[in-house]
Ligand binder design. Structure first.
Ligand code: ZN
Ligand code: FE
Length: 259
């Protein structure tokens, strides 16, 4: 049975550990110390590292962990990521023995051009592509690329646990509520996130079903989001433009501390 452990780091990152009680795989270890401390606290042995993209808050701890544990490092084929032992791309399978976990690699261009995700065992590691109630910024990709990446993730099994790399859920929900003020599932999620964050607990993992019901970036074809687009000058048929307008709106949005 695979267990998930979000390791908080920096301001709002989660460095995920997936483990079987004995062996662990670390995803996007942006810093080595918090990962090492959690491995020690839970008495786990690190057996592999998975990397989704080249940003420093996702790879900063890779070389120190590798020096300490000499494990396989799976990463996209991008020269900006050093220390990889296995270069992987969409369609590849990462078959880990310990913990026992078979993951499909998915190409997710948009946040960066070489961003990938890992899906298997009922879990998705999506880096900075999909966030709960939001999505990553477009640093290197086009809106069409990011939307296609999010469409791919939306089509995963609804019960899939979504392990995002940042705790952005509260501000994402605040923005989502401006897009869909009448979405009852979103209102319920906001209440849940408020309780979780008040208790200093992570709002993650989410599920694909939860995101399909509440995340405006997965809901560009919903009537309420189409209507939002029309109010912002985007014709109903212009799906990519609507997504781009949603993302621009989020770039400019400042979430209230409470509401
Ligand atoms: Zn990033
Ligand atoms: Fe990040």
């Amino acid at each position: 049975m695979l267990r998930l452990e979000p390791v908080p780091a920096f301001d709002d990152n989660y460095l995920w550990l997936a483990h079987d009680g004995t062996h662990a795989v670390a995803v996007d270890p942006g810093a080595a110390e918090p990962v090492a401390a959690t491995l020690q606290r839970l008495n786990l042995r690190l057996c592999a590292i998975l990397v989704t993209h080249h940003h420093d808050d996702h790879i900063g701890g890779v070389s120190a962990l590798r020096a300490a544990c000499d494990v396989a490092v799976y990463a996209p084929d991008d020269a900006r990521i050093a220390d990889a032992t296995h270069r992987v791309r969409g369609g590849d399978v990462v078959d880990l023995a310990r913990p026992s976990l078979r993951l499909n690699v998915i190409d997710l261009p948009g946040h960066t051009r070489s961003h990938i995700g890992y899906h298997g065992g009922g879990v998705l590691f999506c880096g900075d592509t999909l966030f709960s109630a939001g999505c990553g910024r477009l640093f290197e990709g086009t809106p069409a690329q990011m939307l296609a990446s999010l469409d791919t993730l939306a089509a995963l099994p609804p019960e899939t646990a979504v392990c995002c790399a940042h705790e952005y859920t509260w501000s994402n929900c605040a923005y989502a509520a401006t897009v869909e003020p009448d979405n009852a599932r979103l209102a319920a999620r906001i209440a849940e996130v408020r309780d979780l964050r008040d208790a200093r607990r992570p709002s993650l993992p989410s599920t694909i079903a939860q995101e399909r019901a509440t995340n405006p970036f997965l809901r560009v074809d919903e009537p309420a989001v189409i209507a939002w687009g029309e109010r912002h000058g985007v014709p109903a048929r212009a799906r990519v433009e609507r997504f781009a307008a949603l993302r621009r709106g989020k770039d400019q949005f400042r979430a209230p501390a409470t509401w």
